[in-house]
Design a protein around this ligand. Structure first.
Ligand code: NAP
Length: 325
């Protein structure tokens, strides 16, 4: 890495660029949205709740009055919402320069998406798989290299995937009693990395000028850690998570740096994994890192791709816009 103290101030000018950030109303997504906007990009804030999106927009505008932002609904647990978001995007914008697949949920109790899929896998991976497929045509229309950045987690290293079980939606077998919410989170975050690399290989094979990378934020104090605890109803877990956030985590602003770097730095190549280079890779300035051995398994990535197409109904045609079945 040429610069081990990279900050958001070093991002290039992004005037005339269009960026989509999922989960833009909170934590890392809100911090990244603000920095993209500060550099002149128009940012489409893809939010599950437009009310929370508008609140975040107002907060960003108070810091960056010249920010060019729009808030649009995109619930990644609901395929019709994702499709409607993408259709509106394509109606209003000729091209997309950067797609940040950032939104996520962590270690929540067993829930399902509207399509009946275990929610962490459904929102964190399948929602972004569908969204990227729908927006691929717009990415290919970008003037210059477009980027897709998919937010994973260091916890992807503890993830494993039995694609056959995923395909059969068998992750809900036995729920709720033997549902392991941390294993489900690790699986979804491994899927993020497998997807990012496989997408890059497929884009590369067709000569598309779109690079796909994965990143992780280390440990940043956001709503991510408290939401799961709140949903379990455990005040002890909630207290523990709040205390850990105060004592150990870096800020959401610092947690956004790997994603901002992956999205804009000139030396980033498709297929790379960017994370913070400080203490235990939980904090610090962004650098290139190696993800888990399993995340580089091409056969697994291709199998997951096929299952993701089946489960979402989104078929990637790398020459034309994605279709739905
Ligand atoms: N913070 C960390 O230490 C850490 C570590 C590793 C990885 N990450 C990853 O970083 C990403 C951002 O998380 P964060 O830390 O910024 O947490 P956060 O503050 O909780 O933000 C998560 C965002 O995802 C959105 N979201 C949740 N479910 C959604 C859905 N169904 N459809 C659309 N959006 C949805 C949330 O919207 P609502 O506000 O409406 O719920 C929120 O905007 C996640 O992918 C997470 O896995 C974070």
């Amino acid at each position: 890495m040429p610069n081990d103290k990279w900050t958001a101030a070093q991002m290039p000018d992004l005037s005339d660029r269009t960026v989509v950030v999922t989960g833009a109303n909170s934590g890392i997504g809100a911090a990244a949205t603000r920095e993209f906007a500060r550099k002149g990009a128009h940012v489409v804030m893809a939010c599950r709740s437009t009310d929370r999106g508008e609140e975040a927009r107002a907060a960003i505008e108070s810091e960056v009055p010249e920010a060019s932002l729009s808030v649009r609904e995109c619930d990644l647990g609901d395929r019709s919402s994702i499709r409607a978001f993408a259709e509106k995007f394509r109606d209003r914008h000729d091209a997309l320069d950067v797609l940040c697949n950032n939104a996520g949920v962590m270690a929540i109790p067993y829930r399902e998406t509207t399509d009946g899929i275990e929610r962490q896998f459904g929102v964190n991976h399948l929602g972004h798989f569908a969204l990227t497929g729908y927006l691929l045509h717009s990415l290919r229309e970008a003037d210059g290299q477009a980027r897709v950045v998919t937010q994973s987690s260091g916890l992807h290293e503890r993830g494993d995937i039995d694609v056959e079980r995923v395909r059969r939606r068998a992750q809900r077998d036995g729920q709720p009693d033997d549902y392991d919410r941390w294993a489900a989170y690790g699986r979804s975050k491994l899927a993020n990395v497998l997807f990012a690399y496989e997408l890059d290989r497929r884009l590369d094979a067709t000569g598309a000028n779109v690079a796909s990378t994965a990143c992780h934020p280390g440990y940043a104090a956001t709503n991510l850690q408290t939401r799961g605890a709140e949903m379990t109803g455990s005040t002890v877990k909630l207290w523990f998570q709040r205390a850990a956030n105060r004592l150990l985590a870096q800020s959401a602003d610092d947690g956004a740096l790997p994603m901002l770097y992956a999205a804009t730095a000139a030396d980033v190549q498709g297929g790379e994994y960017i994370g913070p280079g400080g203490f235990m890779n939980m904090r610090g300035h962004p650098e290139r890192q190696r993800s888990s051995d399993l995340s580089y398994d091409r056969e697994l990535a291709a199998e997951l791709w096929g299952a993701s197409e089946e489960l979402t109904g989104v078929t990637y045609d790398l020459e034309r816009p994605a279709t739905t079945s």
